[in-house]
Design a protein around this ligand. Structure first.
Ligand code: ZN
Length: 55
């Protein structure tokens, strides 16, 4: 197994009314395919976080 360094991404929930809406969370993410795709789920509202940008 090859060790892969995580990419730091800033995830921001955009779900209206979510307590985490608009809050930027810096999270490490591991790309596992090429091209890498990143998926995050908001811990507060459980919705997919669509606002993901490289940190
Ligand atoms: Zn949320």
């Amino acid at each position: 197994m090859e060790e892969t360094d995580p990419d730091m991404m800033v995830a921001t929930c955009r779900t209206e009314g979510c307590v985490a809406e608009g809050i930027h969370y810096k999270v490490p993410m591991f790309p596992n395919v090429d091209p890498p795709t990143y998926r995050a789920v908001c811990a507060q509202c459980g919705q997919a976080v669509t606002d993901l940008v490289p940190a």
